[in-house]
Design a protein around this ligand. Sequence first.
Ligand SMILES: Nc1nc2c(c(=O)[nH]1)N[C@H]1C(S)=C(S)[C@@H](COP(=O)(O)O)O[C@H]1N2
Ligand SMILES: [Mo]
Length: 366
Amino acid sequence: MTKPLFDKHTNFVVKQENPFNGGPPPKLLNRSHTTPTDLFFVRSHGDVPEVDVNSYRLEINGRVAKVLSLSLDEIKNNFEHVTISATLQCAGNRREELMAVKPILKELKWGVDAISHAVWAGVRLRDVLSAAGVESEADSHLHIEFGGLDTTERLNKRFNFGGSIPLSKGFCSEVILAYEMNGEPLPPVHGFPLRAIVPGYIGARSVKWLDRITIQDEPSQNYFQRHAYRLFASDIDPENVKWEEGVMLGEMNVTSVICSHQENEEVDSGTVTIQGYAIAGGGREITRVDVSCDCGATWIQAELLKDSSWAWTLWKASVELKPGKHQLAVRAMDTAINTQPENISQVWNFKGYMNNAWHRVNIEVK
Ligand SMILES: Nc1nc2c(c(=O)[nH]1)N[C@H]1C(S)=C(S)[C@@H](COP(=O)(O)O)O[C@H]1N2
Ligand SMILES: [Mo]
């Protein structure tokens, strides 16, 4: 087997080469709380831009008292260095299950692998914004637009990737501009030299190859804010869609996934250990993970391996299983007692986002 591009692990599953997209095999995904960088999933809408760090500048403009243009060294030297342990999840994670219900066109078929965890280091976004004279209280109604150096084509136009978050979120201490990932400089495929990390939000807002921050009255006009990454009802399709009516996605929802077993896997009877991950959006924490071995008729509580609020919770449960077919299922609950819908039909939408139905895996015990 040839090694995938961008220094990825030999077992990294490439979903698309141009632009490069892929993720880790589920069984390797929850082997450690922090995903090794060479297994960390990649979601890119355009080619990885080549950046000359000597001429690189981050521009901060729009509704600021002082426009800034910062080199990477200025970012590193002028602001406090901070680290945050945070999980990134794409809004398209688990789209494959939605596609099995009804086709979804022109979107990547993510299994449970569009999620990973890393320790990021950089500077707080709010420190940089404060240097530009942005005020958290007076400006709390504004939005922060992030622009990337990569380009992509949609609706016959070529443009840079971008998106935005409310200014109130941008002033939270967990939101950083990262130049390190797992103790190393940010690799090219993950956004070198600088990216936004917006924990608790869909991955799309953690803009890679970041070179522009614009403070503005409204959310970004970028395609990836105004068309893509909006959630529509199940009766909406590409023919009848009114783009402005979808919900612009921000915070993630609560979800949980089985990583230890794959569909139709055969296992030996006796003690079976089921493992996976769970994550709550918006900084809420996972309070409980329930596992069923009988299609959801009865449940047992999984053991939780806890970490910080911006991280996923890995979990495990051991069960005694007799020979025969079993449907494993998992559902999680967060601190706001949000839980997951039972059926995939309750969450189907034509862009294939935010699938958090109970995750089910059929196995055969021998
Ligand atoms: N500039 C830029 N930033 C981007 C993207 C992109 O295509 N271009 N993809 C976004 C999406 S949809 C996700 S889920 C995350 C994935 O981050 P990763 O590739 O480091 O896993 O990056 C986000 N940031
Ligand atoms: Mo994404």
